[in-house]
Design a protein. Sequence first.
Lengths: 113, 319
Amino acid sequence: MSDKDSILTVEVMDSDGSTYTLHEVCERGECHAEFVIKLVNYGIITPVEPSTEARQWQFDVAALARLHKARRLQRDLKMNLPGLAMSLELLDEVQEMRREVARLNHRLQQLID
Amino acid sequence: MDFKDYYAVLGVSESASPEEIKKSYRKLARKYHPDVSKEDDAGEKFKELGEAYEVLKDPEKRAEYDQLRKYGPQADGSFQPPPGWQSESGFGGGGYTDADSRQFSDFFEQMFGGGQAGRHSAGGYRRSVRMRGEDVLSRLPLFLEEVFNGCEKQVSFTVHEADDKGRIIARKKTLKVKIPAGMREGQHLRLKGQGSPGIGGGEPGDLLIEVELAPHPLFSVEGRDIVLTVPVTPWEAALGATIMVPTVGSRVNVKVPKGTSSGRKLRLKGKGLPGKHPGDQIVVLQIAIPEQHSAEAEKLYEQLAEAEKNFDPRSKLHL
């Protein structure tokens, strides 16, 4: 490949604003709509406007990233939906706690110095 | 090519039963899954595990591998297969299970992938199927200053694409990305069409970048707010003062109110992470005293103790 190491400058298309339809997240997550609907029902991912009908759902980038994560965990660790829902929640909590611990350690270090 | 000791990877002995192998794989897979582990090399380890299990769970492949293992690596750790080596177990017709085999090592490719070049072939799809390229997720650690001001970063990631023969290969891609100011930890950026190329004229996937924040020696970040602990002298706290306080990339004068206790928080409006709703800088005041006082100062403290003897800071401790 000639462009192997070439460096392009790309503008970030969207940071917060962009959303995907149910069809688009299915295509990107390589899964059926049924799976996404189940994830929504289990509260694993949430559409931007959860009250609307499934075919009007819009998902943000974070929801898509979470769908990818759910797919990987399901594939690699053979998890069912309740297991997935619980693991993802616990993983969120663990991540939040790791950040909190880092913040507190940091604050503590400042107090000691 | 390096020899891969699949038994060591799975932490089992050569004589391990299929059940032991499965058990160990499941345990380690949970431990090293890149979405679960915080270790930097978890992705690498998880790939190795998948590869080791792919071979050892299958009695035929395991028998072949055991033969190779006896043949062993050379003194320098490199490995050459025995002359005329050809895997019998093959990975042709549906040989791979659901592991992500695209990422297996050269050793695996050479030992078990021989003559099966078409096994990941996308060639068959090429004429008939259009497939969208996969989205690629990448984590990007940034310094607070970079997040605050926005920056240009080089991002390297791996995409999968079909080569001339229709085989799926991994390719490293590097892009320069302009990061807007005010991104928060855990937020995602989307670069349209910069993921893996599509197959059969399908659309390319996107690159999704998740922002991570590296710890800063002075400031910490909570949501959109930036927090800074600032020491003040006891007399500044008692009498009130105007002190200089750093912000990210600048500094401001802050008025410490008269009679400030340690831990009091001051909010500097709009001095947090920029954005549509910019955050604040929170200054946490902390009273500091000199390590040593002069005799004169001690005398003054004694006078102070006398003058303020009705003040009991421990009144709430029910002593």
